[in-house]
Design a protein around this ligand. Structure first.
Ligand code: ADP
Ligand code: MG
Length: 357
C-alpha cells in the first residue's frame, strides 16, 4: 500500500521566496505563501507594507527580483521570465472602480468576452448581473449607479472571463462603512458560489476576517504569517502580528518554568510549553477577554480611564510595574478613576515574545 499521505487541498497559487524591488528599495522581501484551490486569501497590513506590490506581481505587472511564482503547476514568473498579464488567466478588481464611463453596463462586462458568440455573451452577462444582485441593468451607464453598485459591476466584469484566480486590491475602501459591512460578506458568498480562488488586499482586520479563509499578515515587505483568522489571532507568530490583529496588551514577565511566567499578575500558567528558558524576560500577550474583574483577587491595578460603552464599561488599567492593560466589565461594576481594581488573569495558553524593552 502507498503510505504517502493524501494532500487534502490542491495548491493553486504558490509564492516561493519572492522579493520585489523598486530600484534600491525592497518593497517585498522573501514572501512565501500558498493559496489552495477555491480558497479566499487576504493580505493584511499597514499602508506601504508591500501588499499592492505583491498583488501586482501576481497579476504580472511587476517583475520579480528573486523567487518563483506559480499557479496550477505553471510557472508565472521568476527573475528570468515573466508571463504577460493577459496570459495568466487572472482577473483583477481595484479600489477605484474604473468602469468605462462611455460604455453601458453590458458592454463594460463584455469587455473581456470578445471570444464568445453574441448569444453566449448576452447569457453570461445576464447570469453575472443576477449573481451580483443587479439583474436588468444592462442598458444603464456607470454614472447612474451608486458606488457600491459600480463595485459589483467591476466584480462582474473581472469574473466574466472565468479567471482561475481573482485579485482584489482594497475593493471596498472607497465605500462607506455601512455599505462595506453588507457588501463584504456578499462578495464572499459570490466567490464561494462560483468556487473561485481569490486574493484580496486590505488594511482593515474586520474586513479581512469577514471575507478570507487565510490571512497573510504583512509588515515592512514581509509576509509574517499566513494562516486562518483564528490562528493569527490565537497564535500570532510575531509581536507585530499579535499587536496588529485584535486588541491586545503586553505585560512583562520572567520565565519560571516551561509552562509558566511570573508577572505583576502573579504566576501565569499555560497548558502547553511556551518555548522559553527559565530566567528569560518576556512580554505576554493579554487580550481583553484574558482579564476578569474579580473582587476576591489578590492582584489589582489602578484605574486610569473609565469609558461607559452601554453594554459594558471599558477600564484602562496601570499595573504596579508600569504595564498597561484593559478590562471590560459589566456596567454594574462601577469603580472610580484612580481607585484600585481587583483583577484576575485568565489565560489558557501564553503567547509570549522576547521582551523588547
Ligand atoms: P501597500 O499596498 O501595502 O500600501 P505598496 O505595495 O503600494 O504598499 O508599496 C510598498 C512600498 O513600495 C512603499 O514603500 C511604496 O512607497 C513603494 N512603492 C510602491 N510603488 C512604487 C513604485 N511604482 N515605485 C517606487 N516605489 C514604489
Ligand atoms: Mg496598496
Amino acid at each position: 500500500m502507498n503510505a504517502q499521505p493524501h494532500t487534502l487541498v490542491t495548491p493553486l497559487l504558490t509564492l516561493t521566496d519572492i522579493s520585489i524591488a523598486y530600484g534600491d528599495h525592497l518593497a517585498v522581501s522573501h514572501a512565501q505563501m500558498q493559496l489552495a484551490d477555491g480558497e479566499i486569501g487576504c493580505l493584511l497590513g499597514p499602508s506601504g507594507c508591500g501588499k499592492s506590490t505583491l498583488l501586482r506581481a501576481i497579476a504580472g505587472f511587476e517583475p520579480l527580483q528573486s523567487g518563483q511564482l506559480s499557479m496550477g503547476g505553471r510557472i508565472l514568473a521568476t527573475n528570468q521570465q515573466m508571463l504577460p498579464p493577459e496570459k495568466r488567466n487572472i482577473g483583477m478588481v481595484f479600489q477605484d472602480v474604473a468602469l468605462f464611463p462611455h460604455l453601458n453596463i453590458a458592454d463594460n462586462i463584455a469587455f473581456g468576452l470578445q471570444k464568445l458568440s453574441r448569444k453566449e455573451r448576452t447569457a453570461r452577462i445576464t447570469e453575472l448581473l443576477k449573481l451580483v444582485g443587479l439583474p436588468g441593468v444592462e442598458q444603464r451607464f456607470p454614472h447612474s449607479l451608486s458606488g457600491g453598485q459600480q463595485q459589483r459591476i467591476a466584480l462582474a466584469r473581472a469574473l466574466a472571463p472565468r479567471p482561475q484566480l481573482l485579485l482584489l486590491d482594497e475593493p471596498f475602501s472607497g465605500l462607506d462603512a455601512k455599505l462595506r459591512e453588507s457588501l463584504v460578506p456578499e462578495v464572499r458568498s459570490i466567490l464561494k458560489t462560483l468556487g473561485i480562488s481569490a486574493l484580496m488586499v486590505s488594511h482593515d482586520q474586520h474586513e479581512a476576517f469577514a471575507i478570507a479563509d487565510k490571512i497573510g499578515v504583512m509588515n515592512d515587505g514581509q509576509v509574517l504569517q499566513w494562516a486562518s483568522a483564528e490562528e493569527v489571532y490565537n497564535q500570532p507568530s510575531t509581536h507585530f502580528v499579535a499587536e496588529f490583529i485584535g486588541h491586545g496588551d503586553f505585560i512583562h514577565g520572567t520565565v519560571h518554568c516551561p509552562n509558566c511566567v511570573d508577572s505583576a499578575l502573579g504566576r501565569l500558567r499555560s497548558e502547553i510549553p511556551h518555548g522559553f528558558n527559565a530566567g528569560e524576560q518576556v512580554e505576554v500577550l493579554v487580550r481583553l477577554q484574558n482579564v476578569q474583574y474579580d473582587a476576591g483577587s489578590p492582584y489589582s491595578a489602578q484605574i486610569q480611564q473609565r469609558t461607559f460603552r452601554g453594554a459594558n464599561i471599558l477600564y484602562s488599567l496601570l499595573l504596579s510595574n508600569g504595564d498597561k492593560l484593559a478590562c471590560l466589565t459589566d456596567p454594574s461594576v462601577d469603580i472610580p478613576v484612580g481607585a484600585a481594581m481587583p483583577i484576575r488573569p485568565e489565560l489558557q495558553n501564553l503567547v509570549a515574545f522576547p521582551a523588547s524593552h
